[in-house]
Design a protein around this ligand. Structure first.
Ligand SMILES: C[S@@+](CC[C@H](N)C(=O)[O-])C[C@H]1O[C@@H](n2cnc3c(N)ncnc32)[C@H](O)[C@@H]1O
Length: 215
């Protein structure tokens, strides 16, 4: 467990330090996730403190709905959601090709699942018309432009579920507390972009915000 903490704490590209990406303006932690640490995202231990069934119940997608896993990484939760709800159409979206390569590898063994990998560039997302967006462990990495992207790809009555590490909890896993938000800071940040909060919850190490894409 300790090993994972240390690795996650250095889970961001060293060469990025000091050169914050322009498109990440406003992000609490503006460095890109290091694809070299991708295996950490596949640690099944995560399911003990972030149960996929809990994520699904907070997300509450409609039958046959379009779900976007925004910043899917290796697709861990996209696959769990698809297994629990095979009716869903899940776009597994990421800005890093190396991360999506892992999703594609997994899909080769599970080609029956309705998971669609999508490589995106911040500020230039296609029209997706999502019923639900899951943003898991990623809000602290999202700059202003990426939050605008989320607004662009959601249906007018769609919902966004932000779940991220809490800065208020002393945790044996996850990024350092000063790289992430408290539930109040997170709520304040998403409200600035015109999202309204329908539901707030505290999980073992995370906070969860269920949001509408309108005030
Ligand atoms: C910490 S990982 C979490 C992955 C996954 N959600 C999970 O919990 O297993 C964050 C991922 O979000 C991606 N990401 C960060 N900002 C993004 C953006 N603006 N657009 C698309 N992907 C982004 C990163 O490339 C990385 O793969």
């Amino acid at each position: 467990m300790k090993k994972e903490t240390e690795s996650l704490q250095i889970g961001h590209r060293e060469q990025d330090h000091g050169h914050h990406h322009h498109e990440r303006h406003g992000a609490k932690q503006p460095e890109r996730f290091d694809p070299g640490k991708a295996a950490l995202l596949d640690d099944p231990e995560r399911f003990s403190y972030l149960p996929p069934a809990k994520i699904l119940s907070l997300l509450n997608p409609p039958q046959n709905g379009i779900v976007v896993d925004f910043g899917t990484g290796t697709g861990t939760y996209a696959f769990e959601l698809a297994k629990l709800r095979p009716d869903l159409n899940i776009t597994a979206l990421d800005e890093q090709e190396e991360m999506l390569a892992r999703v594609k590898e997994k899909l080769e063994k599970n080609s029956n699942l309705k998971i669609y990998p999508l490589l995106v560039k911040t500020g230039a997302l296609p029209k997706l018309d999502a019923d639900r967006i899951l943003a898991l462990n990623v809000l602290h990495e999202l700059g202003d432009e990426a939050l605008q992207d989320i607004k662009q790809i959601i249906k007018s009555d769609g919902k966004i579920l932000f779940v991220d590490w809490s800065s208020e909890i002393d945790r044996p896993v996850g990024p350092p507390r000063d790289h992430v938000y408290s539930i109040k800071e997170a709520a304040g940040r998403v409200k600035q972009f015109g999202f309204s909060i329908q539901k707030e919850e505290r999980l073992q190490y995370h906070y969860a915000l269920v949001c509408l894409a309108k005030p």
